[in-house]
Design a protein around this ligand. Structure first.
Ligand SMILES: Nc1nc2c(ncn2[C@@H]2O[C@H](COP(=O)(O)OP(=O)(O)OP(=O)(O)O)[C@@H](O)[C@H]2O)c(=O)[nH]1
Ligand SMILES: [Mg+2]
Length: 379
């Protein structure tokens, strides 16, 4: 599963990317710091089923700390968008195809209003302007791709359009469904725009990260205005606070479970100040907002689930004796056989059924797996 990070320049996209991946990427207070895309593995925190079974897990693909599993997914952070990108301004929009390969997008805005439309410092800027701009640039970019679809009378429009959009992870079936529903029989600027709008609204879930919430006084006012004006999900967050906590935890100074942190080593004065500022932010907002952002996107908007496949349904181990070794993010309609295919195509070929390890009952082969399910594939 892949998520793309997009947004106006200098709003904190790379900071969020770094907070989720801990990759060493460039972060600076100036426009267009990122030029080439940053790609890495991000982690989503979910409850480990170990306590439900009274065992201690021995993770392989998804590390566990204090009963919280960090489940991996692909993440890509791209260059900043500015007005007119679709007609070549700034860094243009070629990098958008990298981000739009992702199944879903996090759009970052600076909710503090301290970054203007050129990515420079200001005050009182309304970030809804960015939401509007990003949407119109995405639409203009999609329109231009769809308008490249040349077909003769009688040809399947969906087939031609979906070929042009194939890099965006949109299947023929999805494009066909959109074109049929919108009753589109020809491609022109007006129909192309209707298809683009439908893709942005329905086929590519977007959640807006209202970043830099640590640096804003009128958060509620801005959030209310954004929610009143747009139909996106808006989540306040502080990527910088999340990054500081993740790095401190990585170096063993603190333990951090996504909600609260505990100091493990006596901090120096500078660290003490930084942690006390972050504690105030966390106490005020109930966290850094980053977990909530990911949960909203992955579970609510994308409808994904986490599954824990095992080989031995009694010991909950894999072939190497590791307890609850893996956690996978899967689309909501995945059946046990689809999960088998994720582990290995050979396992899918030999698939004979699956067992729900909580109930010890055989699972239905045609029903989707449930979120948090521990399953044994019978081969
Ligand atoms: N106060 C505050 N500052 C932040 C936060 N996140 C990022 N910043 C700052 O915002 C500036 C830009 O951060 P980047 O992550 O480089 O932003 P970007 O969107 O990737 O920028 P470009 O790649 O240039 O488009 C840096 O000075 C960050 O330290 C946050 O949560 N709070
Ligand atoms: Mg960047």
């Amino acid at each position: 599963m892949k998520i793309g990070v997009i947004g106006r320049t200098n709003v904190g996209k790379s900071t969020l990317f770094k907070a989720l991946t801990l990759e060493d990427v460039q972060i600076e207070d100036r426009p267009f710091t990122t030029i080439d895309p940053n790609k890495g593995i991000g982690y989503l925190r979910v409850k480990c089923p170990e306590s439900d079974f009274g065992v201690k897990c021995n993770p392989h693909n998804a590390p566990c700390s204090d009963g919280i599993r960090s489940v991996p997914f692909d993440l890509i952070d791209v260059a900043g968008l500015i007005e007119g990108a679709s007609s070549g301004k700034g860094l243009g929009n070629k990098f958008l195809s990298d981000a739009m390969e992702a199944e879903a997008l996090i759009e970052v805005i600076d909710v503090s209003g301290k970054t203007n439309s050129s990515g420079l410092q200001t005050s009182g800027y309304y970030p809804g302007e960015d939401v509007r701009m990003v949407e119109s640039e995405l639409l203009a970019w999609l329109d231009s791709i769809i308008l490249k679809s040349k077909f003769r009378l009688g040809e399947d429009i969906a087939l031609i359009v979906s070929k042009n959009l194939s890099g965006l992870g949109l299947t023929y079936e999805k494009v066909k469904e959109i074109i049929t529903r919108l009753k589109i029989t020809q491609i022109n600027p007006e129909t192309a725009h209707r298809i683009s709008t439908e893709i942005i609204r329905k086929a590519k879930p977007i959640v807006v990260a209202c970043n830099k919430m640590d640096s804003v006084e009128n958060l509620k006012e801005t959030m209310d205005r954004l929610k009143g004006e747009f139909s996106y999900e808006f989540i306040p967050c502080s990527a910088a606070a999340e990054l500081t906590l993740k790095e401190a935890a990585k170096h063993g100074f603190i333990s951090y479970n996504g909600k609260e942190f505990k100091t493990l080593v006596e901090p120096n004065e500078q660290q003490k100040n930084a942690l006390s500022i972050i504690k105030k932010i966390i106490d005020k907002h109930g966290g850094t907002g980053v977990d909530e952002l990911l949960n909203k996107l992955v579970f609510d908007a994308m409808g994904y689930k986490v599954v824990f496949p095992v080989e031995d349904e009694k010991k909950l181990t894999d072939g190497h004796g590791r307890i609850l070794p893996d956690a996978y993010l899967v689309p909501g309609d995945y059946t046990p056989k689809d999960v088998a295919g994720l582990i290995h195509s050979e396992i899918a070929d030999k698939y004979k059924g699956a067992i729900d390890c909580r109930t010890n009952m055989k699972m239905r082969n045609d029903a989707p797996v449930s979120n948090g399910q521990v399953i044994k594939i019978i081969v």
